[in-house]
Design a binder for this molecule. Structure first.
Ligand SMILES: Nc1ncnc2c1ncn2[C@@H]1O[C@H](COP(=O)(O)OP(=O)(O)OP(=O)(O)O)[C@@H](O)[C@H]1O
Ligand SMILES: [Mg+2]
Length: 316
């Protein structure tokens, strides 16, 4: 039944009962007697309550739909309001669900384009840092060394100092380039890349434990890149925000044949901190390969980032 008829019939039912009561046992004198006024007042209150209750029941699906619209998040896809009843309400919910399907598909396509553009831009910058600035600094380093070999003290000492500074900059540039373009991922695969990440994030105050499960199936190229970037952001967040002394990085097979990545630290926990560009970026990447991403409190405190993909060979 349409919403229009449902509301009309609800109101009509209440009004008909009121009229039947007036035609039947209720009499109204002029001026109204106190007892009659009390009966009419009680009748009115009963009608209003009945109307309110019936309207609430009639409009409940609309409220459910409003709630679903308010909480819909394209970065957490899959949640849909249940289609109940028939007529306009069911049609509205079905249309809303179809709209969410379309928006989620479009979002996945557009974030795929953005992310691949971002990756190729990172690769280009890394290449330029390596080829241009890296080569120039290497040449400067050699020139300083050459000059230092021929110079007398104290200039020689100063030149050695300059040499160390340039060498440190060169290392820094190589490190930035490596982060921008995970060459080790392209050349040696995800396992080696995760090992390199674990080493990179290990400091005297933070122990990184890497566990790679046995019998891991091969992953598609895009899937590997997504796993790498999520691990990188998870470890960066641990190092920056958690105050943890230990973080575990697990890559393992899932019972249904999928593959999961887990970054779990023993830090202060994420609490109710709002999601920033880092976590949103992880969600966008997870969407790209149809993976589930959850970021939340860990089993024994701390923070846990889980990325589970059911079709690891897709997106080659
Ligand atoms: N492992 C963690 N432990 C504690 N808090 C965390 C952890 N990871 C994230 N957070 C909290 O969640 C917030 C959002 O993280 P997110 O990575 O989205 O943004 P960000 O790290 O602040 O900035 P960026 O865009 O550079 O990543 C952080 O500011 C931090 O408060
Ligand atoms: Mg971050």
């Amino acid at each position: 039944m349409s919403l229009y008829w449902r509301i009309f019939l609800l109101n009509a039912a209440v009004l008909v009962v009121a009229v039947l009561l007036l035609l039947g046992p209720v009499t109204v004198s002029t001026p109204v007697l106190l007892a009659e006024a009390a009966v009419i007042g009680a009748g009115l209150a009963a009608m209003l309550i009945a109307n309110a209750v019936l309207l609430r029941i009639g409009l409940a699906p609309l409220q459910r739909l409003t709630r679903a619209m308010t909480t819909a998040d394209l970065l957490k896809p899959g949640a849909r309001p249940v289609v109940t009843g028939r007529g306009e309400m069911a049609e509205l919910t079905t249309t809303f669900n179809a709209m969410l399907d379309r928006l989620e598909a479009e979002r996945a396509t557009s974030s795929g384009r953005v992310l691949s553009a971002q990756e190729s831009e990172r690769r280009r910058i890394a290449q330029e840092l390596h080829d241009e600035i890296g080569q120039t600094l290497t040449a400067v380093l050699l020139q300083i060394k050459h000059a230092a070999d021929r110079a007398q003290e104290p200039v020689r000492g100063d030149l050695h100092q300059a040499q160390e500074t340039v060498r440190a900059s060169l290392d820094e540039i190589r490190r930035i380039a490596r982060r921008l373009r995970p060459g080790v991922l392209e050349e040696l695969g995800l396992h080696s890349a995760l090992r390199a990440l674990a080493t990179e994030f290990t400091t005297p105050g933070l122990e990184v434990r890497l566990h790679i499960g046995p019998g891991m199936p091969p992953l598609g190229h895009v899937t590997e890149l997504v796993f790498y970037r999520v691990a990188q952001e998870g470890l960066t967040n641990t190092a920056r925000h958690s105050g943890a002394s230990r973080v575990e990085l697990h890559l393992r097979t899932l019972p249904g044949g999928g593959v999961g990545l887990l970054v779990r630290d023993d830090g202060k926990g994420i609490g109710s901190a709002p999601e920033g560009a880092g976590i949103r970026g992880m969600r966008e990447r997870a969407l790209l390969i149809g993976a589930d991403l959850t970021v939340g409190p860990g089993r024994d405190g701390g923070t846990e980032v889980r990325l589970d993909v059911t079709d690891p060979k897709g997106n080659t």
